[in-house]
Structure formats: structure tokens, C-alpha cells
Design a protein. Structure first.
Length: 438
């Protein structure tokens, strides 16, 4: 029986947003998924239409009603201008969890082939909400009273040449994201939950996050857990990621760490999906988006990689119960890479051919040794040593496809299976498991 059309709210965003959105919609349509789309203006297009807050009226209500939004990247001015629309959307929709998988695909070259983790980022508070201000005389007086000599000894003047920010960490928000990460790990048989903050320096704010973590994990004896100072945790995870591990941290750290892990996976943000989740089991609200930005420098040049947005859409399909359709598209993407086809920001792996040749030599050596052929053993040993020394000299090549070419290649591979049926964490995990009952 045919499924009902999936009702979503769509924002095509800024910069390369419309390009990656249209490519994604073409692939989803070709895969036989019918979408009931309510398109809204958010970002530069909304400002151009005269909406002062950058969000078309009725958008928030539509997302709450339909429960799902697919949002392309939005431009955020750096150091000046209007507040991030992304942050405003997350706050208005109550999207308290930002979940960002980081995955290294076997078909692609990778700085770290073991990367297959899920990051939980608290989404509503901390420095990332943007409470910053230029420091005037009255601000200095307030801070002097609040912090005493610890602030006064720093010698700030309060003459408009300095700025300050506010970070607020609450038990409520910290406990919610930590509990969600543990519930998720328990439901999906994840390897561990690794918490991170900076309590050794930011003793009250980050210390509060750590205290919540330590108190809550004590109730989850079946889940392996650990806690690290954020900078050490970043390095540990980047260098030695735990297969199918879960990471949980504060808002700003999560933004930093997700980019680090994306680059460790494939040297690009063009393959990093995410979902922002709020609500509860009965009435979930989810906004799916790529981790990358608007990439204005390549807008309209057919260089945009739609993969991160497409993978975010596959998370959306899976979240909405379209698991077979999501798997079909995911297989087509991997088959496309396997065929040596990708956009220019992606490095395709050539290790497969090198590894097969190396393995054949090892097998030949074993057979020769078992057969007592000493001369052959000596020659094969030397060949293996030489092969091992040179096997990584030419291990990757950059993709060459345009956005439309890659889209067509994926559509052409629908219904086909890749040789390596790799299952990344986000295609096997249940994201609804992180939501509270009510």
C-alpha cells in the first residue's frame, strides 16, 4: 500500500542552499518518495520580502504543526549585523538537542577511517546564544560588584573599547541533553557516552554541566561512560574515535567539535548531516539541516556538494518511517562513490585496489609456505615488503562532478547495491529514542 505523502516544511536557504535543496528533492522524488511541501522564506529571501526578523510569518506554527522541517544553510553575518536566524529558529521551536553524526565512508579517503560517532550538542544556552555586549561604564560597575577583585584586577576601563559575553548553564538544560544522550545510547547499543566541558577553568558554568553528567550517569549502569576536559576530549576523539560512540557537550563546544570531527572524517563539511530535535515522543519537532554554511564563494557555479543536505534528508526520511526509501538512496550514494564519482570537494579512496593486491600477496605467501616452496616464499616476502612500503603513495583522487552530474549519477544508481554495504551510525540508530515520553 502506498504511503501517505510526507508533510514537511522546506526552506531553501541562502548561498548554495537552493542548489543543494533542489538536488536533494530531485533524488528523493526519483526514489519514489512523495513529499507534501510547504515552502517558506527564511534568511536573506525573507529579509528581501520585507520580513524584519528574517522568518516568514507562520513558519514556526507550520513547523510545529507538521513536526518536520528541512532547512538549507542560512547566512549569518560575522561580527556584526542581525542575530543568527539558525539560533532564532532553534529557540522558537524549542529544539533543545542538536545531533550531529560524524562518519568516515570506506569509499572515500579519510584522515581517520574509524570515525563513526554521534555528537549530542545542547542547543539552547551557553555562549552560543549570543548574549554579548560592548562594555560601558555602567557595565563595568555591575561587573565590579558582581565579581569583586577577580574582575577589578583585570584592569578593564569600561570605555567602549572592550566587549563581554554571558554564559548561562542550567541544571534543566544540562540534564535534558545528558539524559537524552544516555537514553539514545542505551536504546541503540552505543559503545559509550563521553561527556566534555571545561570545569577546571569555568568552575561554575562548565562545572555545573559536569556535576549533572556525573549525577545522571550513576543511574545508567548498563552504559559505559567517561568525562574529559573539553580540549583533551577533542583531541582524544579526533585521534582515537570510539566506534559507534556518543559524545555529549555544551552548545559552543559542540559546534567546534562537530566541525573537527567532520574534517577528521573526510576533510570536508560537505558530508556532515544533522538534526535539531525538540518536543516529546507524542509530539516531536525536528529540523534537519547540513552542518556546512552557505558557501557564497561557489554559489551558482555548479560546484556545490549536495551530500550533507541529502544525508540530512535521509535522516528525516528515517525519522518519519521511510526506512526502506532512505536505505535505497543511501546505497545509491555509496555506489556512486564506489564508481569513482563525486563532487570536487571529496577525495575518493583508491586504497581498495591497493589493499586487494596486498592481500593477494599475503595469501600467496601463506600457500607457498604451506607447500614448502622456499624460493617462492623468499620472493613473495620481498614483494610484500615492497608493496607495504608503497601502498599509500597514491591512495586518493579528487572528485570531478558538478552538482547536477552528481545528482544524476545518484539517481542512476537507485536500486543498486554498493559492494561495501557500510551502515553509518545515523542510518541504523533510532533518533526518536532520545525524546522524553512527555
Amino acid at each position: 500500500m502506498a504511503k501517505e505523502p510526507l508533510k514537511i516544511v522546506l526552506a531553501k536557504g541562502d548561498g548554495i542552499g537552493p542548489e543543494v535543496a533542489n538536488a536533494t528533492l530531485d533524488i528523493i522524488k526519483a526514489a519514489g518518495v512523495e513529499l507534501d511541501i510547504k515552502e517558506v522564506l527564511v534568511g536573506k529571501a525573507a529579509f528581501a520580502a520585507g520580513y524584519d526578523d528574517g522568518i516568514e510569518p507562520g513558519t514556526i506554527e507550520a513547523v510545529k504543526e507538521r513536526g518536520i522541517m528541512l532547512k538549507a544553510p542560512l547566512e549569518t553575518p560575522s561580527g556584526e549585523g542581525y542575530k543568527s536566524i539558525n539560533v532564532k529558529m532553534r529557540q522558537a521551536l524549542g529544539l533543545w538537542a542538536n545531533v550531529r553524526p560524524a562518519v568516515a565512508y570506506p569509499q572515500l579517503d579519510s584522515p581517520n577511517r574509524n570515525m563513526n560517532v554521534t555528537l549530542f550538542r545542547e542547543n539552547t544556552e551557553g555562549m552560543y546564544v549570543g548574549l554579548t555586549k560592548r562594555m560601558g561604564v555602567q557595565d563595568k560597575v555591575m561587573l565590579d560588584k558582581m565579581f569583586g577583585s577577580a574582575f577589578a584586577d583585570l584592569g578593564y576601563k569600561g570605555n567602549g573599547t572592550e566587549s563581554f559575553g554571558v554564559q548561562i548553564i542550567s541544571d534543566k538544560a544540562a540534564a535534558k541533553i545528558i539524559t537524552a544522550s544516555l537514553d539514545f545510547a542505551q536504546a541503540n547499543d552505543s559503545a559509550e557516552v563521553h561527556g566534555m566541558s571545561k570545569p577546571n577553568i569555568l568552575k561554575e558554568t562548565d562545572g555545573r554541566f559536569k556535576r549533572n553528567f556525573m549525577d545522571i550517569v550513576a543511574k545508567y549502569e548498563a552504559v559505559d561512560t567517561r568525562f574529559s576536559i573539553a580540549d583533551a576530549g577533542f583531541g582524544q576523539t579526533a585521534a582515537y574515535p570510539v566506534e559507534r560512540g556518543v559524545l555529549v557537550t555544551q552548545n559552543l563546544y559542540g559546534d567546534f567539535l562537530s566541525d573537527v570531527l567532520a574534517f577528521q572524517a573526510h576533510g570536508s563539511l560537505g558530508l556532515a548531516p544533522s538534526v535539531n530535535i525538540g518536543g516529546n515522543q507524542k509530539k516531536p519537532v525536528a529540523m534537519f539541516e547540513a552542518v556546512h554554511g552557505t558557501a557564497n564563494d561557489i554559489e551558482g557555479q555548479e560546484k556545490a556538494n549536495p551530500t550533507a543536505f541529502l544525508l540530512s534528508a535521509l535522516m528525516m526520511l528515517k525519522f518519519a518511517g521511510y526506512e526502506e526509501e532512505a536505505k535505497n538512496i543511501h546505497d545509491a550514494v555509496m555506489k556512486t562513490w564506489e564508481d569513482g564519482q563525486a563532487t570536487g570537494d571529496v577525495w575518493l579512496s583508491k586504497d581498495k585496489e591497493e589493499t586487494l593486491a596486498f592481500n593477494k600477496l599475503v595469501n600467496d605467501l601463506a600457500q607457498a609456505a604451506n607447500g614448502g616452496y622456499e624460493d617462492s616464499v623468499y620472493k613473495l616476502r620481498n614483494a610484500i615488503v615492497e608493496k607495504f612500503a608503497t601502498r599509500h603513495e597514491s591512495k586518493s583522487e579528487r572528485g570531478t562532478l558538478t552538482t547536477k552530474q552528481f545528482t544524476a549519477a545518484v539517481i542512476g544508481n537507485l536500486g543498486k547495491k554498493p559492494a561495501n554495504d557500510f551502515a553509518p551510525c545515523y542510518m541504523s540508530d533510532n533518533y526518536r529514542a532520545l525524546l522524553p515520553e512527555v
